[in-house]
Design a binder for this molecule. Structure first.
Ligand SMILES: Cc1cc2nc3c(=O)[nH]c(=O)nc-3n(C[C@H](O)[C@H](O)[C@H](O)COP(=O)(O)OP(=O)(O)OC[C@H]3O[C@@H](n4cnc5c(N)ncnc54)[C@H](O)[C@@H]3O)c2cc1C
Length: 377
């Protein structure tokens, strides 16, 4: 059971890494505690937004464009439909950092962006009303990724490339040395030259067992689907959206194939431990999104059809961690995707595979360094 590289955690980031490793000819093992895609971590719920002009900061723009390229490449290679170009409408107070970052990153990278005042927004989308001091920034080239299909497509192609899968096996311990790693599950022991650790909300415990203590906070999040006016909100007329408001940050998706308008709140959420059972979607979970819909969407009736829970893994600065182990260059880590990582998972998977096979990546990962949290180590 000796591999070139073992990937622990074959979810959003890990499955993409396994695909690129296996494509480059590495003998690859993908290990997961469940059988991705699954609904126990951070990657379920049908859809994820991909935006390019990035409100969280310009350091993400090149990565988002690179990820988009890789998603399109994956679509071509697999014949699967993974990306819906619905466009993404970003809304917020004109002078907010989020809106200003979007405008400046669109200018700097020459991205197509329609900047509309409140009246312009309501004229273009009859289903939306926003206050006069808010503006809308519409990115026509962005849209929606079908998240579970993205993961199952990478999985299928990784297996075709010769990757081995060991699903429903939770890694219990890891031992590192410069030339070899040993990975144990309750029933097996595996060896490899290199290791990638991408265990999402479970990162703190596994990483601290190899000397990396990070301030990561898994957080319970919910999202809900609402039955509403299909003429106003279906995906041929309505975009995906992200709203920064004085009462929280919300995001949502048009009704795709009649599934209903999907809405979630990005900020806040209850701290959780991923190994403990999480309170299911229920009483109180729909209140803030219902108020959001009543305030900003014009349809007279939005009826909750169902909701789900999911986990974010927050870093203190909400930026990612993508790096190699400070003492073992054969171990790469990606964690702390803070509720906005899925869109980048194609690019992150590629970068992780480059870090392992070439010892470096062409992308700038300095903003995602471990050092900002483990100074002096
Ligand atoms: C409600 C919600 C909405 C979101 N919306 C967006 C969005 O619109 N756009 C966007 O870009 N991002 C969005 N995100 C964020 C994005 O989905 C996450 O950042 C991303 O999925 C994190 O990927 P990951 O690989 O770190 O975790 P995961 O995909 O959860 O993968 C981690 C894997 O590790 C496995 N694992 C854990 N411990 C072990 C172990 N000990 N042994 C073996 N395997 C293990 C797990 O089973 C899991 O499969 C959203 C997230 C949520 C929850």
């Amino acid at each position: 059971m000796h591999y070139d590289t073992i990937v622990i955690g074959a979810g959003s980031m890990g499955m993409a890494a396994g695909y690129f490793l296996s494509k480059s000819g590495q003998k690859t093992l993908l290990l997961d505690a469940f059988d991705p895609p699954h609904s126990n971590g951070s990657h379920h719920g049908d859809t994820r937004i991909i935006r390019h002009a990035y409100g969280e900061g310009e350091q993400y723009v090149e990565l988002a464009l690179y990820a988009q390229e890789l998603w399109e490449e994956l679509e071509k290679q697999s014949g699967e439909s993974l990306f819906l170009q619905t466009g993404v409408l970003n809304v917020g107070p004109k002078h907010s950092d989020f809106i200003q970052n979007i405008i400046s990153s669109a200018n700097r990278y020459d991205l197509s962006l329609d900047v509309l005042n409140s009246e312009g927004v309501s004229q273009r989308w009859k289903g939306i009303k926003i206050p006069n001091d808010y503006i809308g920034c519409f990115e026509p080239a962005s849209g929606v990724l079908k998240c579970e299909t993205c993961i199952s497509t990478y999985k299928k192609l990784a297996v075709e490339n010769g990757a081995h899968l060991a699903m429903n096996q939770r890694v219990s311990s890891v031992e590192l040395s410069e030339n070899e790693v040993m990975v144990k599950t309750p029933n097996s022991t595996y060896y490899a030259n290199s290791l990638i650790i991408t265990v999402g909300a479970w990162s703190s415990d596994l990483l601290s067992s190899i000397g990396i203590n990070l301030p990561l906070q898994p957080t319970r999040k919910t999202f809900s689907w609402f039955q509403t006016d299909e003429n106003l909100y279906n995906d041929t007329t309505f975009p995906a959206f992200s709203f920064v408001t004085t009462n929280g940050t919300y995001y949502g998706f048009p009704s795709i194939d009649g599934a209903g308008l999907k809405v979630g709140r990005h900020d806040g959420g209850e701290p959780v431990h991923p190994s403990e059972s999480m309170k299911p979607f229920g009483d109180g979970d729909q209140e803030d999104v219902s108020t959001f819909l009543e305030t900003y969407m014009t349809a007279s009736d939005h009826t909750l059809t169902y909701g789900k829970t999911c986990m974010y893994t927050m870093t203190p600065d909400e930026d990612f961690i993508i790096d190699v182990h400070p003492n073992y260059s054969n171990v790469a880590i990606a964690a702390g995707f803070s509720g906005h990582g899925f869109k980048f998972s194609s690019a992150v998977g590629h970068m992780l595979s480059e870090l392992i096979t070439n010892g470096e990546t062409n992308q700038n990962i300095s903003p995602f360094s471990l050092k900002r949290f483990i100074k002096g180590d």
